[in-house]
Ligand binder design. Structure first.
Ligand code: ADP
Ligand code: X2W
Length: 308
């Protein structure tokens, strides 16, 4: 009699990962593009709830770029991004506070609560969580340009220090911190800091096991206009090659910096996962095949440079 496939093999396999990741910290960054869609936002919250149920300790960081673009348009404020980061004037910073620590933040918290996650919202300003200083004007060479130009990003903060005490307090009382990407400077200044950068800095400061980026695309793509060109596993050399050949552009640029910062800072692995495909985060965590891209510092069983 032929053996029927074991109906419990997927469960057994997932149980292996559940055991491996118990009590481990996962920083999950939710991209602004997927957060604008309430259906996708809820699906992400439900996946985070499941991680929580399995005793994984999530810390959520959210973006909100597209919603901020919409508010800026409505207020007739310019939307200018250079190398994936927003040029932030004083009125644009006010709009950023309204979206990132206001509407979008609150809606996300409500969805997490509805999914059963005891979420508490903070921005990087709370309890001095993210301390930053104003980014000085920097030379940026944009795609297609032969020469760099000096860019003054305005009220954008470069992170100087992360004080995780408030996050640890919340976690020790079993709350899940949800962090908006604003940072605090000296003398009461508030800065706009890219959410990918905040997520990586937090992942390092919390010695996270994994850092996830939920994005609109299936993961890191060899060719951004071809969703089937998914890179399933990459190391830092692969990432550097993709950056230098121009395969990484726009919003993926700050992510590439963030991935490098996290891995060099000791985070075990960084994952780029679809926020559009249902259950992509769970598939990445609990299956051998995963669903998106896993980036590691270096990998033993794959020669550096072999993107695949
Ligand atoms: N090599 C690449 N692989 C995947 N996406 C890329 C790549 N290069 C550029 N991108 C773009 O980067 C976007 C992700 O950055 P961004 O829009 O800032 O994400 P989010 O704000 O949702 O975190 C993708 O949707 C894609 O358009
Ligand atoms: C300085 C800077 O670029 N700040 C970002 C903060 C929000 C963000 O990062 O949102 P996403 O993750 O959706 O891109 C911005 O103003 O858009």
């Amino acid at each position: 009699m032929p053996l029927s496939p074991d109906p419990y093999s997927a469960l057994r396999n997932a149980a292996k990962y559940v055991q491996q990741f118990r009590r481990k910290t996962f920083v999950v960054k939710l991209g602004g593009a997927m957060l604008s869609d309430p259906r996708l936002r809820r699906a992400a919250c439900e996946q985070i709830a499941l991680l929580w149920t399995f005793s994984i300790r999530p810390v959520v960081v959210h973006g909100g770029g597209p919603e901020l673009d919409t508010l800026c348009d409505a207020l007739h404020l310019p939307v200018e991004k250079v190398a994936g980061r927003r040029v932030t004037s004083a009125p644009v910073l006010d709009a950023a506070k309204m979206v990132l620590a206001g509407k979008l933040h609150t809606d996300l918290l409500a969805d997490l609560q509805a999914a059963g996650v005891p979420a508490v919202g903070l921005s990087g300003v709370d309890a001095g969580l993210i301390k930053a200083r104003k980014r000085p004007p920097v030379m940026v060479t944009e795609a297609g340009a032969t020469e760099g130009r000096l860019v003054d990003y305005g009220l954008v903060g470069d992170i100087e220090q992360v004080d995780t005490r408030v996050v640890e307090h919340l976690r020790s009382a079993d709350y899940v911190p949800v962090i908006a990407p604003l940072s605090g400077g000296a003398d009461g200044a508030v800065y706009n800091t890219n959410a990918d950068t905040v997520a990586a800095a937090l992942a390092v400061a919390l010695s996270a096991e994994k850092l996830f980026f939920l994005v609109q695309v299936p993961g890191l793509l060899k060719n951004v206009s071809d969703p089937s060109s998914l890179v399933t596993l990459a190391n830092l050399t692969d990432l550097a090659t993709m950056e230098s050949t121009g395969a990484i552009s726009g919003g993926m640029k700050p992510k590439a910096h963030a991935i490098r910062h996290a891995l060099v800072g000791g985070v075990g692995s960084v994952h780029l996962v679809s926020g559009v495909q249902p259950n992509a985060l769970l598939e990445e965590v609990f299956t051998n095949e995963g669903s998106g891209t896993m980036v590691v510092r270096e990998n033993a069983n794959k020669p550096a440079g072999a993107v695949g």
